[in-house]
Design a protein around this ligand. Structure first.
Ligand code: PRX
Length: 648
């Protein structure tokens, strides 16, 4: 909490915003004192086919975890994102697509998206996809990704998007876990001038003997490259939509029907299929988008996240479109073809609201004013940050340089599991402190507890928990009911355990300090140490591995892997390159270790548990206070590791 300088709400912003501070205070109080009444009213932010009479039916009690919202209501997500806007906004731009190549861009109106979604919905039905079936998307950042998502929701199919940077093996594991019947992909993706052979990767995933659920693959022709074709299984997107009508009756979905599954990392080796349902998720995504980004009709909103992550779901697609906003979908990266690309896109499309990640900000900050060369960015009125703690230095650079020292920043804390933003400033209401996510959103009761689960009062630091349910909360881990309670409600009974640590200052502001479990956050991408370890030990020459996170200037955290080789194997540069490539192939480029530390033995307790606390300290040269090493089976291992680190 080094920087306590307050950035008050700019007067002009306060005047024109949806909520000022006293409105926030009153609404927040009401949301906590009477959640039932609060959400009964707020649930009306979306249109219901059958109105709900029940609102909140939730329990965090051990043994009877149950989360249901608006449970007797019926609605359709695509109808809320499209149909209801056609009366007044048919010709408003829904999606601005900006290609990887600055010469490529396209605008789609609400009417355009509506027709394309209906056609694709009919195409899905024609392939036998029904309500409740799981459809896997492995897509580049093109409008068809959003169209496919919305089409799934229109017919009641459950989508699971796998980030198109994941390997064939990771894709296969996810398809298999959810039993997807159909995969939607593109021939190739294009990013930073490079080609990503997506269809090849799908072919490799589907060739694995354990993957048996997929009947068809629909392929969008993005680059029109030559690709392998499996007759009878593979279908071109343009062929399946060709003769389909541009009307399709939306399916009336129960509020608690599954909407999507999104895999994320936990502290075990297997990714978790986070399940979100229809009504609560949509209400929460719609409402948080409206208030956190202070949505105005003329806004152009740009969220730089990929659709493969939760931020892409809630604030690239569902939140903006449910609010009839104009959303920018960008295929490329912030620094290609040159360092000022992000700023150029802001000027080109007159972006008013930019939502990006600290890792991107730090990468641009390292380039100084080149990141804004030749641009004005005067269209901006609000900026956001998400995915990891933003260091005050990066916050100030973002504010001063990208935002011309006049654009408020909302530092939004949330998770795949939470569906939408939980702790955040509201731009017309909250004075900002660089590095703080500030205060809870409506209906959210955060608290800090010590390691025994005792509530900590006032200015304090501890484990961040949430004391009561909110509509956007995940409903379960797909296919593994028991793991839900164990993963989120067993550490501290009667509370949702976030896995993050936080501080609370004298003003009641929260400062997220990062994960307290074995989850890493590398460039805002969440990864379990156990996943990387299991990829490492699947290499034939590796006996054992332990992975820890270390601070990294740009990525936030880097991956530091301790590796022991099988007897007779020798560590050298060639093996290092081979092992790094191995991990890329097993999981994806985002999991590539920054450092491999070859060693003979890892520090273990007598019961065989690896002492990561010590490994973390050695990796960061913090060896003066290693703490208690008396429980180690062989304390000399520690000295060897320290010496190896120093000589590296
Ligand atoms: O550690 C927190 C960090 O990202 C984790 C959630 O990752 P994921 O499920 O991939 O969702 C990322 C996008 C919502 C959290 O447990 N995190 C996210 N936002 C922030 C953050 N840490 C600090 N400040 C944030 N604003």
């Amino acid at each position: 909490m080094s920087d306590t300088k307050l950035y008050p709400v700019p007067a002009e912003f306060a005047q024109n915003s949806l909520l000022n501070d006293s409105a926030y205070q009153a609404m927040y109080k009401h949301s906590i004192n009477d959640p039932e009444a609060f959400w009964r009213e707020q649930g009306q932010i979306v249109d219901w086919i059958k109105p709900y009479s029940q609102v909140k039916n939730t329990s965090f009690q051990p043994g009877s975890i149950d989360i249901k919202w608006f449970q007797d209501g019926k609605l359709n997500v695509s109808a809320n994102c499209l149909d209801r806007h056609l009366k007044d906004n048919a010709n408003k731009t829904a999606i601005i697509w900006e290609g990887d190549n600055p010469a490529d861009s396209e605008k789609l109106t609400y009417q355009d998206v509506y027709e394309k979604v209906c056609q694709f919905s009919n195409a899905l039905k024609a392939q036998g996809i029904k309500k409740g079936d799981v459809v896997c998307l492995y897509m580049p950042m093109i409008p068809e990704a959003a169209i496919a998502m919305l089409a799934c929701t229109r017919i009641g199919a459950v989508h699971t998007i796998v980030f198109a940077g994941f390997s064939a093996g990771a894709l296969a594991e996810r398809i298999n876990n959810c039993g997807a019947k159909l995969v939607i992909t593109a021939d190739e993706g294009v990013r930073a001038g490079r080609i990503i052979r997506l269809k090849d990767c799908v072919d490799k995933a589907l060739a694995k003997p354990q993957v048996t659920s997929v009947n068809n693959v629909i392929v969008f022709a993005r680059t029109k490259a030559d690709i392998a074709w499996h007759e009878g299984r593979d279908l071109w997107w343009h062929d399946v939509v060709k003769d389909q009508p541009s009307e399709c009756e939306p399916e009336a979905m129960n509020a608690e029907d599954p909407l999507f599954i999104l895999y994320t990392s936990g502290s075990t080796g297997k990714p978790k299929g986070v399940l979100h349902t229809t009504g609560g998720y949509l209400v929460y995504a719609t409402m948080t988008f409206k208030y956190v980004f202070d949505h105005q009709d003329s806004d152009v909103f740009w969220c730089t996240a990929d659709v493969g992550w939760i931020t892409g779901h809630s604030y690239l697609v569902y939140g903006p479109l449910a609010n009839a906003a104009t959303t920018v979908l960008f295929e490329g990266v912030p620094n290609y073809p040159d360092t000022a690309r992000m700023s150029q896109v802001i000027d080109k499309h007159q972006v008013t609201t930019l939502y990006t990640a600290p890792t991107a900000i730090r990468a641009l900050m390292a380039k100084g004013d080149d990141a804004i060369a030749g641009t004005k960015r005067t269209s901006l009125r609000l900026m956001g940050s998400v995915g990891e703690p933003i260091n005050p230095e990066a916050w100030r650079w973002y504010y001063n340089t990208i935002g011309n020292s006049s654009t408020p920043i909302v530092d939004t804390w949330w998770q795949t599991e939470t569906g939408g933003i939980l702790i955040t400033p509201l731009p017309g209401a909250t004075a900002l402190k660089p590095g703080s996510a500030t205060r809870p959103f409506f209906g959210i009761s955060p608290a800090l507890v010590d390691n025994e689960g005792n509530l900590l009062e006032g200015e304090n630091e501890g484990n961040l928990v949430i004391l009561d349910s909110w509509p956007g909360q995940m409903r379960g881990i797909y296919g593994d009911e028991s793991r839900f309670e164990e993963a989120y409600f067993s550490t501290f009974p009667n509370m949702y355990c976030t896995g993050d640590g936080a501080k609370r200052d004298a003003d009641g502001y929260y400062w997220i300090t990062g994960r307290v479990d074995d989850v890493l956050n590398v460039s805002g991408h969440r990864m379990g140490t156990a996943e990387i370890e299991s990829a490492l030990v699947s290499h034939s020459k590796i006996a054992e591995a332990a992975v820890v996170g270390v601070p990294h200037d740009i990525k936030g955290q880097g991956i530091y892997a301790y590796v022991t080789l099988n007897a007779g194997e020798k560590a050298d540069d060639a093996l290092e390159a081979e092992v790094k490539q191995w991990v890329r192939n097993e999981i994806g480029a985002i999991a590539t270790p920054d450092t491999l530390h070859w060693t003979q033995a890892l520090p273990k307790t007598r019961s065989g548990k690896i002492m990561r606390r010590i490994l973390r300290k050695i990796a960061t040269n913090d060896t003066d206070s290693l703490g208690d090493t008396s429980t180690l089976a062989d304390p000399s291992v520690v000295d060897t590791l320290i010496a190896e680190k120093q000589n590296a």
